[in-house]
Design a protein around this ligand. Structure first.
Ligand code: SF4
Length: 74
């Protein structure tokens, strides 16, 4: 397991944004730990159409913290 630090994809609101209630994502959000080989989609508006896959410990300047553990998708 890798520790996910503040500012990294694993605790970014855009990480797996279209399926934010996924059990494994919620676990990463709560525990700040992710398997080394875990990757998911970055849903940042400027990257989503590229289907960028990032690891939980990747990062970029588009980072936005998750609100309340996880967010509703409406
Ligand atoms: S690449 Fe940037 S915007 Fe996308 S999930 Fe990671 S930190 Fe968030």
């Amino acid at each position: 397991m890798l520790h996910v630090h503040e500012g990294q994809c694993g605790v970014c609101a855009h990480f797996g944004e279209d399926h934010g209630d996924d059990v494994q994502l919620v676990q990463i959000h709560n525990q700040h730990e992710a398997p080394e080989d875990f990757v998911d989609d970055c849903g940042h508006p400027r990257l989503a159409n590229l289907h960028l896959k990032v690891t939980a410990v990747s990062s970029c300047d588009g980072f936005e913290p998750i609100q309340n553990g996880h967010h509703s998708t409406g």
